[in-house]
Design a protein around this ligand. Structure first.
Ligand SMILES: *[C@@H]1O[C@H](CO)[C@@H](O)[C@H](O)[C@H]1NC(C)=O
Ligand SMILES: *[C@@H]1O[C@H](CO)[C@@H](O)[C@H](O)[C@H]1NC(C)=O
Ligand SMILES: *[C@@H]1O[C@H](CO)[C@@H](O)[C@H](O)[C@H]1NC(C)=O
Ligand SMILES: *[C@@H]1O[C@H](CO)[C@@H](O)[C@H](O)[C@H]1NC(C)=O
Length: 377
């Protein structure tokens, strides 16, 4: 470690985890339960062949619901839910029509053939995380008009499933092998709020001008941990959170973020951004609150707006910092600080460690960012 210096203005709790070098939890990424090992069948290695799979669990006691699939659990006081998770299932059981919430995570399901979910047209929520799904029949999902949440993280899909139902609000497909997005798959998903495609194999060529067309209300797009070299084109303008960490992005086209009036969170840690690839006012946009640019090759602090509250620039190549230059307000203009809170830069948290900077923190920086609660250099 070069030099560590923490500047404490009154409260400062966030810093504790950072100072220990631990990344803060990423918003929007859920922790998923680990598959439970079966007690009778110790499994030291990942099974490679279906013959290696542990046997399905014996059926449980009879349920109060005569239509309850024997391999699942139907909670008596929650008749719209069906728990079939962590039961070594190879296929989707017959789902009763009364079910709205279906838990199938942590099994060994390999495909969703046409008869899956037949008659279960009331489904609103399906969790298929951590299975081995490679194939989804085109006709399976379109017959679920009420489906709002589809979770298929940690499967083996090579493309985004087609014929997604219109009312979908959340589609989670992280940790698959997705390298293709069929044309028009999202075109009718006007209600989709969250699209999670992180940890896949998406490259630049996959994204066409019309890929995201129709996603009028999309708020969060997560394309982190893919192999993008360029910014994705035509991202829906309603977007609020854009996550692109751990790609290979070198440049941002001029004015790229100007098209997104609501954009408040940008994460681009672990890319290949340098000053050359960053047009001057790339991130100087009015509603941005949080900007993550750690682990790039940036040597000058980019221009920011008054509204920005959190800025992460640690582990870049910054050699010097001039508080007057990066100050989004005119320093001399706000000597009457208390009466002019609107114009005081909102920055509260700034990370600059892992650069070529040495303490102390320049005075003009502190003069400008008077609401700063912590700076890490
Ligand atoms: C679906 O419903 C039809 C008509 O009620 C019934 O005959 C059929 O067995 C059901 N199929 C499944 C898979 O439950
Ligand atoms: C940031 O944008 C605002 C408004 O567009 C502009 O007035 C300001 O000069 C810009 N900041 C820098 C450092 O260019
Ligand atoms: C910082 O920038 C301002 C304005 O560009 C300049 O007048 C000042 O001399 C700079 N300060 C240092 C320490 O380089
Ligand atoms: C990031 O910077 C910190 C603080 O200087 C340093 O301890 C750490 O090794 C750096 N990480 C990488 C991956 O360079």
């Amino acid at each position: 470690m070069r030099a560590s210096f923490f500047w404490f203005l009154p409260l400062l709790l966030i810093l504790a985890s950072v100072a220990q070098g631990q990344p803060r939890p990423k918003p929007g990424i859920r922790r998923k339960p680990k598959p439970r090992p079966t007690p009778s069948f110790p499994q030291p290695h990942e099974p490679a062949e279906p013959t290696d799979l542990p046997p399905p669990l014996p059926p449980g006691p009879p349920s109060v619901f005569p239509d309850c699939p024997r391999e699942c659990y139907c909670p008596p006081d929650f008749p719209s839910a069906l728990y079939c998770d962590s039961r070594n299932l190879r296929k989707v059981p017959i789902i009763p029509p009364r079910i709205h919430y279906l838990y199938l995570q942590n099994n060994f399901i390999t495909e969703l053939p046409v008869e899956s979910f037949k008659n279960a047209t009331g489904l609103r929520w399906i969790n298929l995380d951590n299975n081995r799904i490679r194939k989804v029949d085109q006709r399976v999902l379109e017959k679920l008009p009420g489906l709002a949440f589809l979770y298929m993280d940690k499967n083996q899909l090579e493309e985004v499933p087609s014929a997604l139902p219109r009312n979908l609000e959340q589609l989670r497909l992280s940790q698959n092998l997705i390298s293709r997005i069929p044309p028009g798959v999202f075109s009718k998903l006007e209600n989709l709020l969250l699209l999670d495609l992180q940890h896949n194999r998406l490259s630049d060529g996959v994204f066409k001008a019309d890929t995201f067309q129709g996603l009028k209300n999309l708020m969060q797009l997560n394309l982190a941990h893919n192999i993008l070299r360029r910014m994705p084109p035509k991202v829906p303008p309603a977007i609020h959170q854009l996550y692109l960490d751990s790609n290979k992005i070198e440049t941002i086209p001029s004015g790229y973020f100007k098209d997104f009036p609501n954009l408040a969170f940008i994460r681009m840690n672990y890319n290949k951004l340098s000053d050359r690839g960053l047009p001057k006012n790339s991130f100087n946009i009015s509603n941005l609150l949080v900007l993550h640019l750690s682990h790039n090759k940036i040597s000058n602090v980019p221009a920011i707006s008054n509204k920005l509250e959190h800025l992460y620039l640690n582990n870049n190549s910054i050699e010097k910092i001039n508080g007057t230059q990066i100050c989004p307000s005119n320093l001399v203009a706000f000597h009457d600080f208390s009466s002019d809170l609107e114009n005081v830069p909102h920055l509260r948290y700034l990370r600059l460690d892992g650069n070529f900077l040495k303490p102390p923190i320049p005075l003009d920086l502190m003069m400008c960012f008077r609401l700063l609660q912590s700076v890490v250099i």
